[in-house]
Write a protein that binds this ligand. Structure first.
Ligand SMILES: [Zn+2]
Ligand SMILES: [Zn+2]
Length: 382
């Protein structure tokens, strides 16, 4: 064969492989259905989406339009986090909007990267440009801080010596698709027909984020957040990543009370994260018990060992539960309801992997709990 012919043949083969690849994803996308089950909505569990941008920064819709989409996606609340310092226009939007609880925050740019400030009282001066000082100010204004997209290619976080953040984003959808931009080509093509399928395929396993989270948890409380980081495609993204917040009463209709309920729970780690787009994730529970006293997810407690930990994941799908202690898997099971006697100090958290056939890779945990931190009582000095 001449060189020209070989080249033609080569290019033709690449075309064929490319079309087969796209066709294969098209076929799978059409087949895709989210796993669901019928369950009365748990009363003490609220579902929401965290980290999104409106027209007041680089998003494409108004808070009102976004709230409508959140309602259609079945959410109880959303947390707007427009870029900006002071960010007044965006911060004016909170309350019950179009049937959804709309809470506000800010994504603040500092020298060390981006962080999200939530629940702070609005002040008339800007946040400083240095992470430590800015987060201290957030705290002073009764708010709390979350490290945004720690290993994002464009804006990674470098302020690891700052001890103030109460949270870290362990999955961020914006970082996810950017890191797989070229690999995601077939998914862009099927996106208009099956956005959920495409988005699930675009999520990668952000191992670095999880490792860093576990590392910080050894010494202090820090909570993991799934962030939609939505600028467009709001409804699709709301159906993909959710926070399930555990509360002790139904969502009040009085706005300040409702806001307090959600932010109190978030700042105490009383929530779990789920890739809801793959399967309905309502009803998961993880807690500890000392006698009759319950230790909630997110709680840090000085205890005498052992402590019994309980995991309840009564889903009608094939799953694998992993209990993780100090970053290491200490229990791996296909059981759905179980207990574990914790005989060591440190943070314990749960990951659940979906074993059903799904566009979500099995490497990626479908549910991620927040840790229970069992700490040692400090001995008296002699
Ligand atoms: Zn950012
Ligand atoms: Zn953002």
């Amino acid at each position: 064969m001449s060189f020209r012919k070989t080249l033609k043949f080569f290019i033709f083969s690449i075309y064929i492989v490319f079309f087969i690849w796209i066709g294969w994803h098209g076929y799978n996308a059409l087949k895709f259905k989210k796993y669901t089950y019928s369950l009365k909505k748990p009363t003490f569990e609220l579902k929401g989406a965290y980290h999104l941008h409106t027209i007041y920064s680089d998003g494409i819709r108004t808070p009102e339009e976004i709230a409508k989409r959140a309602l259609r996606a079945g959410l109880d609340f959303i947390i707007i986090t427009d870029h900006g310092n002071l960010n007044e226009k965006s911060l004016n939007h909170q309350g019950w909007i179009n049937g959804v609880l709309v809470l506000r925050g800010s994504e603040v740019s500092v020298r060390e990267g981006h962080f999200v400030a939530l629940n702070f009282e609005i002040s008339s001066d800007e946040f400083p440009a240095i992470a430590k000082l800015a987060m201290r100010k957030v705290k002073k204004l009764n708010g709390f801080s979350i490290i945004a997209h720690p290993y994002n290619l464009k804006n990674p976080w470098i302020g690891w010596d700052t001890k103030d953040p109460l949270g870290i984003e362990i999955i961020n959808m914006d970082s996810a698709w950017r890191s797989r931009f070229f690999l995601s080509i077939p998914y862009y093509l099927v996106f208009p027909f099956k956005p959920q399928y495409s988005l699930l395929k675009m999520i990668d396993f952000p191992e670095k984020n999880f490792k860093k989270w576990d590392e910080i948890c050894l010494n202090r409380r820090i909570y993991g957040f799934f962030a939609v980081d939505a600028h467009l495609f709001y409804e699709s993204l709301f159906k993909i990543l959710n926070l399930h917040v555990l509360v002790d009463k139904p969502l009040p209709s009085n706005f300040p009370e409702a806001k307090k309920l959600i932010f109190d729970a978030l700042s105490k780690g009383k929530f779990y994260n789920a890739i809801e787009g793959a399967a309905q994730a309502d009803g998961f529970r993880f807690f500890g018990k000392i006698g009759e006293e319950k230790i909630q997810m997110g709680e840090q407690k000085t205890v005498k060992l052992p402590v019994d930990l309980y995991i309840r994941a009564p889903f009608p799908y094939k799953i694998e539960i992993k209990l993780i202690h100090r970053g290491r898997v200490v229990l791996r099971t296909k059981k759905k309801v179980l207990s574990f006697r914790a005989k060591k100090y440190g943070p314990y958290r749960v990951e659940i992997h979906l074993l059903e056939s799904s566009p979500l890779s099995r490497k990626i945990p479908w549910i991620v709990s927040n840790p229970i931190f069992l700490r040692k009582m400090k001995g008296r000095r002699k």
